[in-house]
Write a protein that binds this ligand. Structure first.
Ligand code: 5GP
Length: 176
């Protein structure tokens, strides 16, 4: 029998339950006000699509793509925007939807960049948080799960573009 190369960390049912709870927290926080979800491509796409359908609020969505960290970005904290938002965010209530916060460099940069465009408010929801790896102080406003310092895939997260479609979240086992 073929051995699986991955170990489940969070099941699809656990994720669904937590997404429902996060949606309730966010719905309460915005109290009927319209929110613009900024989904960070590609990893957050599955989380954003599940979350938005559970929000009891007027909702808009837009997308940004940023370069994932290579060695250069990891040391400098500079992040390149590969795809920007389609329209102005001035005066809007923004909620960045991210898959995972690791060093914090990506969200630190994104928040500074988006704040310079004068939204009315800016908050961050992340499905996963790896606080052990932080290089800049960053605390998400809403967080699904804190996880240990392991590389995870599934539910939108990839390894070389594979595994994004898996319904749960898995730790990849090293190849032997
Ligand atoms: P940060 O700038 O916080 O270090 O990195 C955030 C980005 O790194 C995430 O949006 C994600 O693309 C990538 N990343 C960090 N940890 C993991 C992980 O465990 N698995 C995967 N697939 N991507 C990760």
């Amino acid at each position: 029998m073929k051995q699986s190369n991955r170990e489940e960390l969070l099941s699809a049912a656990e994720i669904a339950g937590r997404v429902q709870e996060l949606a309730a927290e966010i719905t309460a926080a915005y109290a009927g006000r319209k929110v613009l979800l900024v989904c960070v491509l590609k990893g957050a796409v599955v989380f954003a699509s599940d979350l938005m359908r559970r929000l009891d609020l007027p909702v808009e969505i837009d997308f940004m793509a940023v370069s994932s960290y290579g060695s250069e970005t990891a040391s400098s904290g500079a992040v390149r925007i590969l795809k920007d938002l389609d329209s102005s965010i001035q005066g809007k209530e923004l909620l960045i939807v991210e898959d995972i916060v690791d060093t914090g460099l990506t969200l630190d940069y994104l928040c500074k960049n988006l704040l310079s465009r004068k939204p009315k408010s800016l908050k961050v929801v992340t499905l996963l948080d790896k606080p052990a790896r932080r290089r800049v102080e960053f605390i998400p406003d809403f967080c699904g799960f804190e996880i240990p310092d392991r590389f995870v895939v599934g539910y939108g997260l990839d390894f070389n573009e594979d595994y994004r479609h898996l319904p749960g979240i898995y730790v990849l086992k090293p190849e032997n």
